[in-house]
Design a protein around this ligand. Structure first.
Ligand code: 5AD
Ligand code: SF4
Ligand code: FES
Length: 347
């Protein structure tokens, strides 16, 4: 039955929640699923891999997500906040290494003024690069100002679509508000990125199936999927964490249902498996986000333990990932890597 469902997904790019849950619950058909996602990736987005340079510009956060090492109540973390000029400098260096997109990521909160953020976006926009922001929940006015300043894309993971679970994991946040943020971001003409954590305590295959359907419904242009990795400085320190295989399966199904979107091979996947990003690139992914943060800050941006590349330089990572991509007969894209839409979303 599951094999039939994979064929159906490959042909029609549609499955029900029950069908998705059945595939997620059956490990005998994993090879077929990953191969089908790889074929659909090649057919719709080709062999190019888009590289996005990730600048982790501050690990300050005013939220308390119970899985995350950057949470406000974690006192075991040395906090940093890069000066606007340093952020722009890291971006400049990244562009000189050939990056066509910069992702500016930080914890959430008002640690930078809106004017500062606008200045940073404007200056980086003068370089020849697209800009993705990943700075959490903001007001509509702020999203609008950042968009006007030149930001092209926004990443805001829904983390889980299971409302009860969301509430437990995010004591100071609101699920509805998060969905509203995603809608606002889309309305303002950003490319919209979202995604989920896999293997959260209490998360079921049914709830993961719901996540995949949500990605389609919200009209996402990018989906980042990664395993939850327990961090000992958080309340979830004794939990089991997500598996590499389940993360890969959710990612592959996302590719089958959303053939033309951008899907990163996430850093968290490689943290669980030394070949994780390459395996992901051969199971539906077409994007990698190498770290372009310089110096000690890499290690301080500690969402979870075992994060890769913390002692490497941006130049080294660039060379490393290019070599790996060529090693699996793929090419590094030379363009900005916007989604080339073939399918229109429903909403
Ligand atoms: N394991 C894996 N991913 C995590 N994130 C936060 N904490 C963890 C963890 N312990 C992810 C969240 C967030 C992104 C920036 O990092 O999904 O959206
Ligand atoms: Fe802050 Fe994001 Fe971590 Fe939540 S997941 S604590 S908002 S950095
Ligand atoms: Fe950083 Fe390979 S990508 S060392």
């Amino acid at each position: 039955m599951s094999d039939f469902l994979i064929k159906k997904a490959e042909k029609e790019h549609n499955l029900t929640g029950d069908e998705l849950a059945e595939i997620l619950g059956n490990d005998e058909i994993n090879r077929n699923l990953l191969d089908a996602a790889n074929r659909i990736r090649e057919k719709y987005v080709g062999n190019d891999v888009h590289l996005r340079g990730l600048v982790e510009f501050s690990n300050l956060c005013s939220k308390n997500c119970v899985y995350c090492g950057l949470r406000k109540d974690n006192k075991n973390l040395k906090r940093y906040k890069l000066k606007p000029e340093t952020i722009i400098d890291f971006a400049q260096k990244a562009v000189s290494y050939g990056y066509k997109t910069l992702v500016l990521q930080s914890g959430e909160g008002d640690f930078y003024t809106t004017e500062d953020m606008i200045h940073i976006v404007r200056e980086i926009k003068k370089l020849d690069a697209a800009i993705t922001l990943s700075i959490g929940e903001k007001t509509e006015e702020e999203y609008k100002l950042f968009r006007q300043a030149g930001a092209d894309r926004f990443l805001l993971r829904i983390e889980t679509t299971d409302k009860q679970l969301y509430k437990k994991l995010h004591p100071d946040m609101n699920h509805e508000n998060r969905i509203n943020c995603l809608k606002t971001i889309r309305k303002l003409g950003y490319e919209l990125g979202t995604g989920s954590l896999i293997g959260l305590p209490g998360q079921t295959v049914e709830s993961l199936a719901g996540d995949i359907l949500f990605f389609k419904e919200i009209g996402a242009d990018m989906i980042g999927i990664g395993p939850f990795i327990p961090n000992r400085d958080t309340p979830l320190k004794d939990e089991k964490g997500g598996s590499f295989e389940m993360s890969l399966k959710v990612m592959a199904l996302t590719r089958l249902l959303l053939p033309d979107i951008n899907i990163p091979a996430t850093t968290a996947m490689e943290s669980l498996n030394p070949q994780g990003r390459l395996i992901a690139l051969q199971s539906g992914a077409n994007v990698v986000m190498p770290n372009v943060t310089e110096g000690e800050y890499r290690a301080l941006y500690k969402l979870y333990p075992g994060k890769i590349c913390i002692n490497d330089t941006p130049a080294h990572c660039r060379g490393c990932i290019t070599g790996k991509i060529h090693g699996i007969n793929r090419t590094v894209s030379k363009d900005y890597g916007f989604r080339k839409k073939i399918f229109q979303s429903k909403s």
